[in-house]
Design a protein around this ligand. Structure first.
Ligand code: NAI
Length: 357
């Protein structure tokens, strides 16, 4: 196993890992440990280049710092990417090697599931390190975080609908979901229970067919996002869906979904604000999963308390919508400011403590 480390920009540590035996190639980015150990999921993706993978992990790990701060968790922000595709015959070895690399970071980074990663993978990681969560629901809650991510997203959608339409009854509302994996699939299930009228798309046509059969949702073409005429668009695939062009042309009043890094550029968020399209900042609305993996990691088994923390996402998103209206500032700007303020308060407190010792 070879690990080389760099300090890049405002990231505290970036570790490049390769393991010839399993074929593992990964990057772990620790953005900030000001609020606690850097926690964030591990993504497996077939990146076009190592540079693309690095760009993704740097952006995602910063998002985790902000997400964990806004969710009120004692966790910093980190993320890992494994450069796919993985040799399926060696999958367990790959994740064990990944676990060994995390162990070598000595607790600076705690991992869990993200895109392309399953509970069984985290169980393989747990054979090598204790700095892992999303492993088991032995205490009644935990394991796969995505149902809780979807639960929080539902609360955020309701908050947005309440803000725009004055009620949070989703029955009959037209909601489009892009990306029907762990988060999107669970979200569709919840939306159907709320009697919403569902529209779905995914690059994986088998997933579209399965959700169509299960929920009666209407599929739409991948390239029809700009011409959607729904009440809500819920991005639940990968990042960057809200480009400046998309923000300028999309015809939906609300964008609220589970994907990370939805805005390709800050300017895209500014355009949404100028057009009075309500945007629920991604890392605020999609924090349900990390709330539960944090609880699992701490051994918290107060299920009602944990679920009410997930449901509090609705109130947090509502507050941002109100502040955005009063201050005439985009929601993403206000969320970034609030998250940075929490992180720098922790940094100042740590410095003051150090100075006092
Ligand atoms: P997943 O891998 O289970 O699902 C992703 C889905 O998106 C797949 O069905 C894939 O085919 C589809 N997809 C990819 N590119 C697409 C495109 N261009 N157009 C349409 N569909 C596309 O991943 P998961 O876990 O559901 O995560 C989805 C998003 O939510 C990611 O951005 C992830 O970072 C974010 N997220 C996930 C959390 C979790 O609890 N799993 C927690 C917080 C955020």
């Amino acid at each position: 196993m070879k690990i080389t480390e760099e300090k890049l920009g405002e990231h505290e540590r970036v570790a490049f890992i390769s393991d010839a035996g399993s074929g593992l190639k990964a990057i772990i980015a620790v953005h900030s440990t000001a609020l606690g150990p850097a926690a964030g999921g591990c993504r497996v993706w077939a990146y076009a280049s190592q540079q693309d993978a690095l760009g993704d992990v740097l952006k995602l790990s910063q998002g985790m710092s902000y997400k964990n701060a806004m969710a009120g968790l004692h966790l910093g922000g980190g993320k890992a990417v494994i450069l796919g595709p993985i040799d399926e015959a060696k999958r367990r070895d790959v994740f064990r090697a990944f676990g060994a690399a995390i162990e070598m970071l000595g607790g600076a980074y705690i991992t869990a599931e993200d895109v392309g990663v399953r509970v069984a993978d985290m169980q393989a990681v747990a054979e090598e390190t204790a700095f892992v969560t999303g492993v088991t629901a032995a205490k009644g809650i935990g394991g796969d975080p995505s149902p809780y991510t979807a639960r929080g997203v539902l609360q955020g959608i309701k908050a947005a609908v309440r803000h725009k339409f004055g009620h949070d009854d989703l029955s009959g509302l037209r909601i489009a979901v892009q990306g029907l994996g762990n988060v999107g699939g669970n979200l569709c299930q919840l939306l159907v229970q709320e009697d919403a009228e569902l529209f779905i798309t995914d690059i994986d046509t088998a997933r579209v067919a399965a959700i169509e059969a299960r929920t009666g949702a209407a599929p739409f073409a991948l390239d029809a996002l700009n011409t959607l005429q729904t009440d809500v668009f819920a991005p639940c695939a990968l990042g960057g869906v809200v480009t400046e062009h998309f923000a300028q042309t999309v015809n939906v009043p609300i964008i609220a979904g589970g994907a990370n890094n939805q805005l390709l550029t800050p300017a895209a968020g500014d355009i949404l604000h100028a057009r009075r399209i309500l945007y629920a900042p991604d890392y605020v609305i999609n924090a349900g999963g990390i709330v539960v993996v944090d609880a699992e990691y701490r051994g918290d088994s107060d299920i009602d308390g944990i679920l009410s923390k997930v449901d509090a996402i609705g109130a947090r998103v509502s507050q941002l919508f109100d502040e955005s209206e009063h201050a005439d500032q985009p929601t993403y700007v206000l969320a970034d400011q609030a998250a940075r303020a929490k992180i720098s308060a922790a940094q100042h407190a740590a410095k003051a403590l150090e100075a006092a010792q």
